[in-house]
Design a protein around this ligand. Sequence first.
Ligand code: S3P
Ligand code: PEP
Length: 440
Amino acid sequence: MELSRWPAPHADRPVDAVVALPGSKSLTNRYLVLAALADGPSLVRAPLRSRDTLLMARGLEALGARVEEVPGAAGGTDWRVTPAAALTGGSVDVGLAGTVMRFVPPVAALATGDVRLDGDPRARERPLAPVVGALRDLGVEVDDAGRGALPLVVHGRGAVPGGEVSLDAAASSQFVSGLLLAAARYERGLVVRHVGPPLPSQPHVAMTVEVLRDAGAVVEERGEDVWAVAPGPLQPLDVDVEPDLSNAAPFLAAAAVTGGRVRVVGWPQRTTQAGDLLRDLLDEMGAEVSLDRDGLVVRGGDLYGVDVDLREAGELVPVVAALAALASSPTRLRGVAHLRGHETDRLAAVVAEITRLGGSAEETADGLVVRPAPLHGGLVRTYADHRMAQMGAVLGLAVPDVVVEDVETTRKTLPDFPGLWAAMLAGEQAGAPAAGAPGR
Ligand SMILES: O=C(O)C1=C[C@@H](OP(=O)(O)O)[C@@H](O)[C@H](O)C1
Ligand SMILES: C=C(OP(=O)(O)O)C(=O)O
C-alpha cells in the first residue's frame, strides 16, 4: 500500500502560539480499565479519543463493559463507563497499543470465558512473554502457541486466586502496571516483584499506583521493585484527564527550534506523567521554561546538546533526537535500550531517518549519540510510529523540504496532529493566542 506524504511545514519565523492538547493516553487507558473493574458506573471527563484509547474502550466493551459518550464541560464529551455484571469472553484488537496488549490480559483472566487478543503485525513482535508467564504462575491458562507474544487466548475462569509473582519487566513497565491494575480484583490481591535490569518508565508505574489509590485500592510500594495490592472493591471514578504531556513534546520543541514561544495550557502543577520531565530537559538544552497557573511556557534561545538518561521517559526520545540533530553540541541519550521494542525499533529508526537527512546519529548499547551536522530535506519514514512522525515535523520546522511519510500514524495518540501543528503555526502568523485560549 502506498503511504501518504505530508510536506512538513517550515517555519520562517519564530513560532508564537498557545496550544491546548487532548487528554493523556496513559491516564485515559488506566481510568478505563479501573472503571471497567469498579463497583458502579464511572465518569471519565475529557478523555483522549485516539486510536489507542478507542481500542481500549472497544476491548473492554468486548468483555461486557459499556463505554458511552455523554455531554461534558465546554461542549466536549465525556465517557461514562458501566462495568459488566460479570466480564465475559470476547475478541480484543489491541492495534499497536502497548497499554491494551499489556493491561487487558490480566483483566481477561477475570472473565468467564475465552478472551482472544491480537493486533497489528508489529504488535505480534512487541514483548509480552513476562505477562503470559506471570499469569500462568498465578494459575491462569493462557494459550500463546509457545511464542510468548500475540496472538493469544486467555482462558478466563471468572476468578483469579492471586498471591505473589516475580517477573522481569526491563522490556516494559507496562507488564507491572497491567498486573497491578487488575490485582485488587484477584481473590488474595497480588504482590508483584520486578527482577532483572532496571525497570524503565518508573513514572508510569507511579501513575498506576496513584490511579489505583484514586479508586480506593490499598497499594503498598515495598522498595523500588515490589508492589502489593490488597484485595478489595474498586470505587467508581469521577476524574478529569490531564492533557497528554508526552504529546506536548513536539510543540514545546517547536519553540526551542525556532527561537519562539509556545504555551501549553492546563499543564498540571503536580503529575505522574513522564512528559513532565520535558521541563528540565528543555531547560538543560538552553530553552527558558516557566510553569504558572495558565500552563507551561517555553521560550527558545540557544539550543545545546545534552547527556541524559531518559529511562524514565523513553517516549520523549524521538523528539529529543530531533532537537539534538539541530543543536550546536553533541547529545548522548542513555538508558533506553527498551525502545527497540516500542512501536518500531526506535533507536534504529531515529538513526536511519536523521542519517537520511544528512545528520550524524548512531546507536549505542542503550541509546543514541547525535552530533551536530548540516541537514537537508528529504523523506522521513515513520514505521507506523506516531513519535517518528513528530520527530519529522520538528525537523521540518528548521530544515526546508522535509516530507513525513504516513503522518496519519499520529492518530495513535492524537486525533489531529497535522491540524494542531497548523494551528500552532497559524498562531505564529496571527501573533495572537488561539481562539478561546487564556492569555499568556
Ligand atoms: O504505562 C504506560 O502508559 C506507558 C508506559 C511506557 O511504556 P514502556 O515502559 O514500555 O516504555 C511508555 O513508553 C508508554 O508510552 C506508556
Ligand atoms: C511507547 C509508546 O506507546 P505504547 O503505549 O504503545 O507502548 C508511546 O506512545 O511512545
